[in-house]
Structures are given as C-alpha cells and as structure tokens.
Design a protein around this ligand. Sequence first.
Ligand SMILES: [Cu+2]
Length: 496
Amino acid sequence: MSTLFTRRGFLEALALSAGATALPRSSLSAAMQASWSPDESQSGDYALRIKVSPVEIAPNRIISMTTYNGQFPGPLIRLKEGQPVTVDIFNETDVPEQLHWHGQAVPVDVDGASEEGTPFIPAHGKRRIAFTPRPAGFRFYHTHNRAGADLAAGQYSGEVGPVYIESKNEPGNYDGEIFLVLKEFEPTFSRGGDMPQDFLPPLEVKSLHDQGEGTMKASLAKGMPKGYEVGYRSFTINGRMLGHGEPIRVKRGERVLFHVLNGSATEIRSLALPGHTFRVIALDGNPVPNPAHVPVLWIGTAERVSAIVEMNHPGVWIMGDLDDDDRRHGMGIVVEYAGQKGKAEWVKPAPYHWNYLHFAKPGAASVPSDETFDMIFVKDNAAEEGFNRWTINGAAYPMTGEIAPASFHLKQGERYRIRMRNASDDIHPIHLHRHSFEITKIFGKTTAGILKDVVMLGGYQEAEIDFVADNPGLTLFHCHQQLHMDFGFMALLEYL
Ligand SMILES: [Cu+2]
C-alpha cells in the first residue's frame, strides 16, 4: 500500500494497514469488532497493546522488537483537540511499562513518566487513561522506560507511534498528507563516536569549549576509555529499509504535506528530496510564524517537522538521509512520480545550516520572563560503569527508578526562562514534558514565536527557552538522547 493518503481517505486506509484495535470503534468493520470480547468493547475509544513482535524491515530481514499492536511504527492515532478520549493500554510483556504522550499538555497521571509519578502499566496488566488532547498538531507516543545498558529496552525498541491532533479549523492547503517515522534498529555499543554537528550554525562558546575539552583531556589522561555510544545496523522509514517499502506515489503539481518524526533513541536525522524543497510550516506540530523553504530537514531525536513539498520535478527519487552510510543501510524512501520508471536517484544537496531562526519573524522580541533558571550540562566521561554520566548543575538524576526531589520549584501562572549552557561536545535534544516552550535565544540571537517541545542544543552552545507554568504537578525536563537521559540527564520541575 502506498504511504500517501488523501485526507478523507486516511482513516479508511489506515484500517487496512494498521492494527484494528487502535482505531476508533466507530470505524471498525463488523469483522474486526467480532474479535473484541463484550467486556473490552465497552471500554475505551482506543486500545494499544504492548507486545514483543517480529517486524519485517526488508524481505526476510525480520527483527524482534517490542511494539504497539504488533506493528512498527505504532498505529497513527488521530484525535480532536479538546474532545476527551479514553485509551486502554494493555501490557503483554514481562516488564512494567510507561507510555508517554509526547508534546501534549496532559496531567501527571496520564503523561507516562514514572519520574513524575505516572503509575506503571503492570506487566501482563492494563491501565485505562482518559485525557483531553491538546494542543493541536503533530505529537507522538513512545515508551518512557529506562534502558540503561539494555539495547532491547526503552526507545531502542519499536515503541514509537505518531499522534495527530486535529484543530477545529484545519487549513488543509495541500493534496495529500504523509506521516514518516524515522527509526534505526539493531543497536550496538561502541567506545566513543562522533555526532555530526556541522549542520548547525557554528557558534561555540569559548568558556564552555575550554571547560569541556579540559575535563575530557583530564579523564583520558587518567587512562579512562571514552564512554559508550550507540550505533545501528539497520535504518528504516515507516519500518522499512530504503528500497523495500512501497514508494510514495505522487503526481506532478501535487502539494504533499509530510509529517516527519525522528523516532530514534539517540540519533539526529536529516532528510532531503533531490530537486525539491521543503516548505516548513510547523515544528514539533506547532505552526511556525514564518513558513520558509529549505533544501534539507534536520530533525533531532523526538523532534517533528511538518513541511509541504510541491511535486514539480518528475522522476524517481530517493528521499533520504544525507549520511551515505545510514542511507545505504536503509534510511530513505522512494518517491515515484506517475508515469516515471527506473532506478531511484540520489543527489547530494549543497551544505546547509539548519537554523530554527529561519522560521521566526525577523526581529521578533520575546515577552519578558518572571524568573530565569540557569542550567549547565556536563559530561563525566565513562564515569558510570563505562557510560558517560550527565549532570545538570552538578547533579545526576538518580538511576534508582525512584522519584527524586524536584530541582526547580515554580509558581503556577509565572513565565519562566531556562538559560541552558552545554559544556559538552555532544548535541542534546532537550525536552520538557507536559508544556510547550518558546525558543527565546539561540545561535547568539534573541527570537520569539517558535513553539516546541524539543530543541537541539549544539556542542558548547547556549540557548534559552521560555514556558508558562500552566499545567501543575511534577514536570520532567531531560535530554531525549536515551543514553543521556538514562545516565543522569534529567531534572524535575514542580509546582502545585
Ligand atoms: Cu543529551
């Protein structure tokens, strides 16, 4: 089946491809409903089943992974902003689970983070949750389990699925809508490894650079090896390696809206379509003030980009990652124009700096904040049984699984600014739970109007984000890189 659907046909098409249990009851066929016991059929609007399943990412290349409803990615869940839903989450595994509603302003008992106090979905048990979806836009759901040294756990698994929350007035100025989930599989550890960062504007802060490099040199001088990093053997879009999924079939002149989710546990991804540009209209599901054309998308771990592509360059193309090795190992999908045949072509795009400021109104000034928190992020090389330990203001979040005391105490209704300084050479996709934030300073410039829930903070760089404390309870702040969050890079904010 093609991954391209018209807006109206989407739900019907989904019923054919996705696990039926994830669809609203009303759209299930009689045959599908028959598989529900009477007890279950009186239950929630949606059901998600966490289970270990084989997933075929290329012909006869079948990977065992924990999934939602036996498929990867998890089924697309379409919700309506402000219209309450109930979801039954069944855990058919041996491990207690957390299902996080990433990017939604939900209460603590729904959010899906044990650090905030969300109850676990017990092993071989279930939880029913009820919430009101908000805000509108492209969100997602994923496990929030700690993986630590277990490369089958946490987001190394297949526990990732897209959520789309429709607003009351969708503009819909496009012909088709496609969801793409980028995800690597078959992870292995290595010692050290470099994350590409030259796609960001090069604005290192000298004092942070000197601090980070000094600490690293001292550690290596003591004979410490470099801390573990993760690499992958296979790469997929929508669960299929490049060349092994159905192509995206388009016609000349069509305007296609791509909703791209980086579902990786650890990686930053890029995406280009030779001969075409992306008109970015939303970041992390939130409309941007200044939709702009870009040749390449760069998407941090857990970030989303929504962009319209005008199909005006007929051919058969590889829409793929700029990294040759990752693309050759699967990170791409074929885009095929009607009437065009032949081998899919890749053309490397010209170098380009990804800059969130392109999508802001030039000169926009942010609202002053009531209070500012400073945070400095530091890496202790290989300090935790060979893994890098991460600290925020000198403290690593405890790895015991218990709820730690909150590090930051807020007052409801106030507007806060977090001034983040990265004293490490790694790039960090910084995430705040249950709130959206506004980027107010990045790459040395102040700005306003870019609302996100994850922001990439480059090595030795600084950035500032603002948010309003309007969703009380414990709120988790963390780096979304699994290896970083699992080894200390988390902190709790609290207000009642
Ligand atoms: Cu990080």
